[in-house]
Design a protein around this ligand. Sequence first.
Ligand code: HXC
Length: 262
Amino acid sequence: MPELLDLLSSSLHRGSTVFVTGGGSGINLGIAETFARTGAKVAICGRTEDKLVAATARLRDLGADALYAVADVRDHDALTAALALTESRFGPVSAVIAGAAGNFNAPAEKISANGFKTVIDIDLLGSFNTAHAAFAQLAETSGSILFVSAGQAYCPTPNQAHAGAAKAGIENLMKNLALEWGQYGIRVNTVVPGPIAGTEGVERLSAEVGAEQWRQAVPLGRFGTTADIGVMAAILASPLGGYVTGSQIVVDGGFGLAGFGM
Ligand code: HXC
């Protein structure tokens, strides 16, 4: 594991429960691992059981109590069931990571109505469903939600009309929920990752120009790691982030400064 994770206390989230959508791979698994390393009980959900089984084994290897549930974030009932299972096994969630996303590269005129709707449904509706289904547990724990956003929310990006619209919607949803749910002690933020090495997002979206061109566009000169995002998520969900709500936390090595979305 990267040394970065050794800088976080292994007891930062001891006794708490985190629920991560899309936790079977990529950035979301990296976030789940960071919570596992900091003492949390970790529940992950996703659509592909094979990935969830492998990810859960990895989380257990890190010493965490971990479980998975097969759930598509477009299905509110499935999320409700996954969260009920989590509460029954690990107690109410105090951190929710809404990271499940879907994407493909296509010029706007080539995206079918169903293709556009599919990405909106996974990213935006799925984020709402996750927060909505978790509300009662989060109100009980005075917990927090972190939505995983993207640079496309701010920066129009060729071939990304669907994802840009969805992520911009997530940013607005985040602020609205932060405004409405502060009275319940619930904090709501987004993290905006830059290009993260080894993820499906970078592989898919940099395919046309090549990953090396993306790397050169990062002012810090390197791709991020899932640990870069994981530590930020772990801090935000902890008392260290206790006065942060309604915020967009950009963790992109400066990638967005030169007008790059993703
Ligand atoms: C054009 C496409 C397409 C493509 C799918 N569609 N792929 N159109 N180009 N490459 C269209 C289909 O033709 C269909 O429309 C509609 O989208 C729905 O497709 P399905 O395959 O039925 O949908 P589904 O099985 O639900 O799959 C959703 C998906 C898929 C998003 C299309 O790629 C997926 O499951 N992705 C999950 C993994 C993923 O995307 N990871 C990367 C996330 S990265 P019609 O009209 O034909 O019915 C990320 C971060 C981005 O989000 C920002 C940082 C990099």
